[in-house]
Design a protein around this ligand. Structure first.
Ligand SMILES: [Mg+2]
Length: 161
């Protein structure tokens, strides 16, 4: 089994997580703990609201409807955003105002048992910046936003809706 080593990479030590510094080779990984049956990592700006950071943009059409149906199907939602501090609170308020529950924010509570990676583990990421994500022109004239009618079809194919 190939092991990660920093020997072949020119990575500044400051940017490595502690576990890599202390233990560059991983001989075996612990078992991955049970996850919710279905969950997604969901971006905020350009995905659920139009791009108007630092303000909260307008609702991206059809997003709330799809998110509520995901929730009704038991899908857990992880908010996956660059927002922090008060700007993150604004995003959390948006979800609260729509009565949409979040499972976690920029974290997967189940992954800490098997990885120190900062990447959030999710089977599906919905993000306007993801290559291949279906997009529509924004009605606010800014950058494109996620096309939730197309996302709905993709989620149906994955049996999430
Ligand atoms: Mg975005």
């Amino acid at each position: 089994m190939p092991c990660f080593t920093t020997d072949n990479f020119n990575i500044d030590e400051r940017f490595l997580p502690r576990r890599v510094k202390e233990s560059p080779k991983v001989e075996s990984l612990p078992e991955i703990p049970k996850q919710p049956e279905k969950w997604i990592a969901l971006d905020f700006d350009g995905t659920v609201v139009t791009h108007e950071f630092p303000d909260v943009g307008k609702d991206v059409p059809y997003c709330v409807e799809v998110l509520k149906r995901l929730e009704a199907n038991g899908v857990k939602i992880i908010l996956w955003t660059m927002r922090s501090e008060g700007y993150l609170v604004d995003a959390l308020d948006w979800f609260r105002s729509k009565n949409i529950e979040l499972w976690a924010v920029n974290d997967n509570p189940a992954q800490v048992a098997w990885t120190n990676s900062r990447k959030v583990y999710a089977p599906i990421y919905i993000d306007d910046a993801a290559l291949g994500c279906p997009l529509k022109e924004s009605y606010s004239g800014g950058r494109p936003m996620v096309d939730w009618w197309s996302i709905e079809k993709l989620l149906q194919e994955k049996n999430y809706l």
